[in-house]
Design a protein around this ligand. Sequence first.
Ligand SMILES: Nc1ncnc2c1ncn2[C@@H]1O[C@H](COP(=O)(O)OP(=O)(O)OP(=O)(O)O)[C@@H](O)[C@H]1O
Length: 293
Amino acid sequence: MNTTAPVVQVENLRKTYGSFAAVDSVSFEIQRGETFALLGPNGAGKSTTIEILEGYRDRTSGSARVLGVDPGKGGLAWKARLGIVLQSSGESGNVTVREQLTHFAGLYPNPRKVDEVIASVGLEEKTGTLIRKLSGGQRRRVDVALGIIGNPELVFLDEPTTGFDPEARQQFWRLIRRLKADGTSILLTTHYLDEAAQLGDRAGVIAGGKMIDIGAIDELGGAEARVPIVRWRERGGDTVREERTHSPGTLVASLMTNGIEPAGLEVIRPSLEDIYLQLVADHATAHEVENAR
Ligand SMILES: Nc1ncnc2c1ncn2[C@@H]1O[C@H](COP(=O)(O)OP(=O)(O)OP(=O)(O)O)[C@@H](O)[C@H]1O
């Protein structure tokens, strides 16, 4: 196993359906041990990209390597090194949680311990329950458990926490951090930007099949997108004032020297969600302008 080569290498990946490009010239890499979040609006091309990398979907053109192998040609030994949590689960079976996980553990050469995995997704109380009798969120936890039971080197998580309550989401984040600490590489898609910010090392934003930005989570959108906003009320007045500035301290100091005592002072840094929404909106505007030409 080459431990320095990227676990995922994608170059100019393209998937078309007739004249429609669902994925259009997408390139990115994921390094070993890295958590990479693929973000983007509904229909952007995230699942298509992931499904190509999982070997479930053919690509039209471009190159892809997953753990050094072309996913279109990956065999069983390659599949056993991957953990896959699909967007929608087919798990509604007439077997219990433990039976299902024990069955799947038996399919892998080096599985994790079933009880440990059940505990890590918080289903200890449900080990003997039929999967079809679980709630939607609990079933989703079974999907996640099935995705990691084989002790994979690389895990694909396609919207893993949809339907989780806040506590389950926190628990899931702890699980992902443990996987990360064990050196597992992760490709995650999520519509929860706080989830991407919590878990991701880097992220790529896809819109309309194209990668519109890629980078470290705390650098996405560039420095200008991260300028904080200072918001305050002038004492005695109701009007809320706000100003974008690179140096909030200097602004507040100058207000004070000018005799303005700012009440309810807040310094707001744009969240990943703010930055993401701006990126997607800018892309949509640019697209409209291009189409109008
Ligand atoms: N089999 C197919 N035939 C034609 N178009 C398809 C097919 N599968 C997907 N598409 C289209 O490709 C585009 C990308 O879909 P994809 O599922 O990759 O989006 P996504 O980013 O995962 O969206 P979501 O966030 O809603 O899951 C969509 O416009 C979708 O309608």
